[in-house]
Design a protein around this ligand. Structure first.
Ligand SMILES: Nc1nc2c(c(=O)[nH]1)N[C@H]1C(S)=C(S)[C@@H](COP(=O)(O)OP(=O)(O)OC[C@H]3O[C@@H](n4cnc5c(=O)[nH]c(N)nc54)[C@H](O)[C@@H]3O)O[C@H]1N2
Ligand SMILES: Nc1nc2c(c(=O)[nH]1)N[C@H]1C(S)=C(S)[C@@H](COP(=O)(O)OP(=O)(O)OC[C@H]3O[C@@H](n4cnc5c(=O)[nH]c(N)nc54)[C@H](O)[C@@H]3O)O[C@H]1N2
Ligand code: SF4
Ligand SMILES: [Mo]
Length: 911
């Protein structure tokens, strides 16, 4: 961001997207957020932000927000605006009645790793402390729970032992199942810097796809989906053979090696190469680099979201233990957290099997300790239901009421049809949400509007165990309230209605987040994550701190297990005897293709926030399925044509594109688009709910599918400049009328709304009329209008103040990209005038499209970049000449990829 205007204020907070946990300075003017920049003092990012972080201020449009509580008392009614008192009293009465009749386990809370630690703490205490149910689970079950169980099984505690600084000390970075360049961009900037400083550093990437992260690795192991355990066991086999193990470390600090050694004996490079679909020589190289160390491994959903998630994590940690690559600079198994406060949620024990302060529900002593801390007789013993189980139980009627906060399960849960059927059946769905129109909103009986980024106070913990204090920059809009406040208010009301001796007023005396933090802090005393030395005051004065940070110390601990003593009873780490098992679903003749799902660079999850920022659509405009070119040719599918993707759980229609990232028989759909942005449920219509038996984390990374070409002859493309989000919100109501439809934004600033639709037959006139009215493109407006009903072609172009502000093409849409350029770049021209009124549908020659926008900050498009590369430009020249990659740097991996692809032959020889 540029200089701050006078009378503007800056407030310290963090980015609310990923687990890197970048510090931000939020700029405000007259009570409104006007800008954001990276906090130069924050140790996670030292002032940098990625594409998403640097556009946060653009995501604060009030029309995107939920502003008032809403309520319906009957399923068949429409929700009406209600007061907070009315809404919370209603929910308290319904909860109390259900608990009285069916017991506390008939209600559940489904919360989120995007809540602040204080919010999380109150919800957990509400369920386990006041109501007496352990039915409180979170979207972290879809995200980090295999990482938690992997750490606990091996090291004894849920504590990532390494820190970001270790990237600078590593000789080998082993990145497994993590597309760091997209999902943890600022951490990836740090990796780029470390590699530039030490070109000898080896980067290994394990990923079935040739992602931007894999592209720039020294070694890419493109394993078949789900085969990580075989690979890691095979690497241990090689290390044993090559004498790369640290036997002294194994003997002094671990247990269980012999059993594992017996297992990995059979994981020969040959066998592993066959299972994983990679070369033997690459397995040997990877083992040697890993063994030599210091090796830092970084991993994420490619390991966690698997029916072998716990074993994948443990098998990788086995390698660290066997080589002694842990507890020293540049070494350790470093699980990257996805959400900004996945760690905080784990710290307060806000999950169905955990308790406050990294305690275990299954442990009677831990239960007694928590009951004592909370001043109650006991906490319930029966483990609660986890994410997938909660929705199954709602479906079978055993859970009657569910309270959902800060997550959008109607978009993000696997096997969506069953989840939606369950939500339909529930007696009561309460949704505590900050944004308008998420998929889950349609199922809510009660809406509780929550405050959000820039408005909240509290703490979060990032991937490296660092706690930051967030300060509010502005007040919540209209009637929105803070998450902890809503949960506290509800607890007090419910407490008065329950038949219990518990005093809710005593259990929930909070008037400020700091009260909650201080209580949480006390629960960590003497535990592995002891933060008794931290206070809001200290965080404000000395900046973000790493845990543990016990009372009396002056600083947190960078690296854990430096003494080789682990959180097991005898202090020894445990090797887990991991055995390779294939994915839950296998491809067969009817479903011959593998599908994986994951993230794009510029979108966040269900897009409730990023989907309101035009700029964040420029890199990927439309939901697509990426395929291997050979698979497309075999099916006669052309680039950009529509396909039907299906399996027994569901189906969707979307556009297919060839991608050099995809191996044969493999496909990828981004997880982001759901029914708000297209006329189907999105990738989770297809994903299975099968989960890992220990972590209960579902296999969101693999399904077997089939793909068929579909012909939808009627097509339409709509583009309309628009200064608020209402048009986009209105257009959504029309998506259902088309066989294929997707909507979104594009451009810069307010940008424009885009609707793409295709249909089997010509749709009803009424629908197009409705659309025209929404667009303000009806007769009487300053429009160029060409109609050829015989050919089914219609062109409408709205011209206001000599600017093209609206385009609606039906029948032929070949000129769409050219027209979009006219709308974004130029003024209305004579050439356009002639084109608009002629039967011509192809764009005038020489007016090709710019291609996708690679550099979002400076707005540099692919075609310009490729032209320059073809004329010999390298990265430095591109940066100097076009300025791409010079601001947030998120596009640098892609620039490097384009250089590799398009550099003139001569420079390839020079490589
Ligand atoms: N831009 C952006 N960033 C985000 C998010 C976002 O929505 N958008 N979300 C955040 C959250 S909550 C999370 S959890 C993280 C996720 O961060 P990541 O886990 O890095 O991201 P994903 O794209 O889900 O998956 C990572 C990779 O796993 C690979 N993969 C699939 N199957 C396998 C397999 O069997 N083995 C291996 N080794 N790899 C496999 C996929 O090809 C994919 O490239 O991102 C965080 N950051
Ligand atoms: N197919 C597939 N599915 C996946 C994944 C995958 O890789 N593939 N990844 C899984 C993973 S790792 C994750 S983490 C989940 C994420 O899935 P979700 O948790 O469903 O994703 P979000 O869209 O981030 O949902 C957060 C919601 O909270 C709202 N919100 C924002 N700020 C606040 C606030 O301060 N308070 C409240 N109360 N609400 C707020 C947002 O508007 C948004 O609707 O998706 C999972 N689903
Ligand atoms: S890397 Fe990007 S999304 Fe993640 S915290 Fe930093 S700025 Fe936010
Ligand atoms: Mo996640």
């Amino acid at each position: 961001m540029s200089a701050i205007p006078i009378q503007a204020k800056e407030v310290k907070s963090t980015c609310c997207y990923c687990g890197v946990g970048c510090g931000v300075l939020i700029q405000t003017e007259q009570g409104r957020i006007t800008g954001v920049r990276g906090d130069p003092d924050h140790p996670a990012n030292f002032g940098r932000l990625c594409t998403k972080g640097s556009t946060l201020h653009l995501s604060t449009r009030p029309e995107a927000r939920l502003l008032y509580p809403e309520l319906r008392r009957n399923r068949t009614d429409v929700r009406q605006r209600a007061s907070w008192d009315e809404s919370l009293d209603y929910v308290a009465e319904r909860f109390a009645a259900i608990i009285r009749e069916h017991g506390p386990d008939a209600v559940a809370f489904y919360i989120s790793g995007q809540l602040l630690t204080e919010d999380y703490y109150v919800f957990n205490k509400l369920a386990k402390g006041l109501i007496g149910t352990n039915n409180v689970d979170t979207n972290s079950r879809l995200c980090m729970s295999s990482a938690v169980s992997g750490y606990k099984a091996t090291l004894g505690a849920d504590a990532p032992p390494a820190c970001y600084e270790d990237i600078d000390h590593a000789a080998c970075l082993f990145i497994a199942g993590s597309n760091t360049a997209y999902a943890h961009p600022i951490l990836y900037r740090r990796i780029e810097d470390a590699k530039a400083k030490n070109p000898e550093m080896k980067i290994i990437v394990v990923d079935p796809r040739l992602t931007d992260t894999a592209q720039s690795a020294d070694l890419h192991l493109a394993i078949l989906p789900g085969t990580d355990v075989a690979l890691f066991n095979g690497m241990l086999h090689v290390m044993l053979w090559e004498g790369l193990l640290d036997m002294a470390y194994i003997n002094a600090h671990t247990e269980g090696f012999e059993a594992l050694k017996n297992t990995v004996r059979e994981y020969t490079p040959k066998m592993v190469a066959d299972i994983c679909g990679i070369k033997e020589a690459d397995i040997i190289t990877a083992s040697k680099w890993f063994g030599a160390g210091p090796t830092l491994s970084m991993y994420c959903q490619g390991l966690n979201q698997s029916t072998s998630g716990t074993d994948k994590n443990a098998a990788l940690i086995n390698l660290h233990l066997a080589t002694g690559q842990i507890g020293k600079p540049g070494a350790g198994p470093f699980s990257l957290t996805g959400q900004p406060n996945a760690m905080g949620g784990r710290e307060v024990g806000g999950m169905a099997n955990l308790l406050s302060g990294h305690r275990d529900l299954a442990n009677p002593e831990h239960r007694a300790e928590v009951a004592k801390l909370w001043g109650i007789e006991s906490v319930p013993e029966q483990p609660g239901k986890t994410a997938v189980e909660i929705f199954k139980a709602i479906g079978d009627g055993s859970i009657k009421a569910v309270w959902i906060a800060c997550t959008n399960p109607a978009q993000s849960m696997p096997d969506l049809s069953s989840v939606l059927a369950a939500l339909d059946k529930a007696e009561l769905v309460v949704l505590q949400e900050a944004f308008q129109g998420t998929e889950t909103t349609s199922y809510a009986d009660v809406i509780l509007p929550a405050s959000s980024w820039g408005e909240k106070e509290g703490t979060v913990t990032n991937s490296e165990r660092r706690i930051t204090h967030l300060n509010p920059a502005v007040t919540p809009p209209v009637e929105a309230r803070h998450d902890w406040e809503i949960a506290t208010d509800f607890a007090l009301r419910l407490g008065r209605l329950l038949d219990t001796t518990k005093d809710a007023a005593k259990l929930f005396p909070y008037t400020r987040p700091e009260h909650i933090f201080n209580e949480h802090r006390e629960t960590t005393r003497g535990r592995d994550l002891d933060i008794t030395g931290i206070s809001y005051g200290l965080l404000d004065e000395s900046g973000p701190q790493l845990w543990p940070f016990p009372e009396g110390s002056d600083t947190g601990v960078k690296r854990l297990y430096t003494d080789g003593i682990f959180q097991k009873e005898n202090g020894k780490a445990q090797f887990v005897n991991t055995i390779y098992k294939s994915t839950a679903e296998k491809t067969d003749a009817r479903h011959p293709l593998h599908l994986t799902t994951g993230r794009l660079r510029d979108q966040w999850h269900g897009m409730s926030r990023t989907g309101t920022v035009a700029q964040l659509f420029n890199h990927a405009e439309e939901p697509i399925i990426s395929m291997n070119l050979g698979d497309m040719k075999r099916r006669s599918i052309e680039a950009g044509s529509l396909v039907k993707v299906s399996n027994k759980r569901g189906s969707l229609i979307l556009r297919a594109q060839p991608s050099d990232e995809m191996m044969p028989a493999q496909t990828f759909i981004p997880m982001h688009w759901g029914s708000q942005f297209m006329n189907c449920l999105g990738s989770n219509a297809l994903m299975p709910s099968a989960f890992d038996k220990t972590s209960k984390q579902p296999e969101l990374k693999h399904a077997a599918i089939k793909i068929e070409k579909v012909e939808l002859p009627w097509q339409m493309m709509v583009m309309r400049v628009c200064h608020d989000l209402h048009l986009l919100q209105n257009i959504r109501t029309l998506l259902k009328h088309f066989d294929y439809a997707s909507c979104g934004l594009y451009g810069r600033g307010d940008g424009m709304v885009i609707l793409r639709a295709s249909h089997n037959v010509t749709p009803d006139d009424g629908i197009i009329q409705q659309l025209d009215e929404m667009l303000g493109m009806t007769e009487g407006m300053p429009m160029l209008n060409y109609n050829d009903s015989k050919r089914g072609i219609s062109k409408r172009i709205l011209v206001e103040n000599k600017q093209v502000t609206g385009v609606r093409l039906i029948g032929e849409i070949l000129a769409a990209e050219w027209l979009r350029e006219v709308m974004t770049q130029g003024e209305f021209t004579e050439q356009l005038h002639l084109w608009a009124l002629a039967p011509l549908s192809t764009p005038p020659t020489g007016n090709g499209s710019r291609g996708k926008i690679i550099c979002n900050c400076v707005d540099v498009a692919e075609n310009t970049i490729v032209d320059n590369i073809a004329r010999g430009a390298d990265l430095i020249t591109l940066k100097n000449k076009l300025k791409c990659g010079t601001e947030c740097g998120s596009c640098v991996p892609e620039l490097n990829r384009l250089i590799k692809l398009h550099a003139p032959a001569i420079s390839k020889f020079n490589d």
